[in-house]
Design a protein around this ligand. Structure first.
Ligand SMILES: [Zn+2]
Length: 170
């Protein structure tokens, strides 16, 4: 099974490449393994960088009523709502670190599904938040970049400790 890359691992800062549309069917195994890793670590979203793959692939399962697991490939956020909200986020690449992050409450997104079909859809609520967090990952952006300066300062010691102990992960 894939291991989760932890803060300090340089792969988390690499921008993912787009998956060529004709190759989307070939990443089914990767997506399946990503779901396995995400469920094993009890996450609700996982980006390819977090398992060391620098392609634009995200898996999500919020477990909300009526929701189903999603594979999001080559996502592009077309628009953000003006309204923002704050919510305590965690990240599998930052064990034991949580912080309030402000983000727009809704987004308009274009993406490909695992069958290679293109979609343009609007999302809000928890799903919109998880999507923004994961899409940040595939662009090499981490939730610490979105924290308030105060949160980052308060977490500095913990963050440095993580970085020091995981910077050498191959
Ligand atoms: Zn994350």
């Amino acid at each position: 099974m894939y291991t989760i890359r932890i803060y300090g691992d340089p792969v988390l800062r690499v921008k993912g490449m787009k998956v060529p549309v004709e190759k989307i069917p070939e990443i089914k195994d990767i997506a399946e393994e990503m779901f396995r890793a995400m469920y094993a670590y009890e996450g609700i979203g996982l980006a390819a960088q977090q398992v060391g793959i620098t392609e634009q692939i995200v898996v999500i399962d919020t477990h909300e009523e009526g929701s189903s697991p999603m594979v999001i490939i080559n996502p592009d956020i077309l628009a953000y709502s003006e309204e923002e909200s704050s919510y305590e986020e965690g990240c599998l690449s930052f064990p034991d670190i949580r912080a309030d992050i402000r983000r727009p409450v809704a987004i308009k997104l274009s993406y490909y599904d695992i069958h290679g079909n293109e979609h343009t859809e609007e999302f809000d609520g928890l799903l919109a938040r998880v999507l923004q967090h994961e899409i940040d990952h595939i662009n090499g952006t981490l939730f610490i970049d979105r924290m308030s300066p105060v949160s980052r300062m308060l977490l500095k010691k913990k963050l440095n400790k993580l970085k020091e102990s995981h910077g050498d992960t191959p």
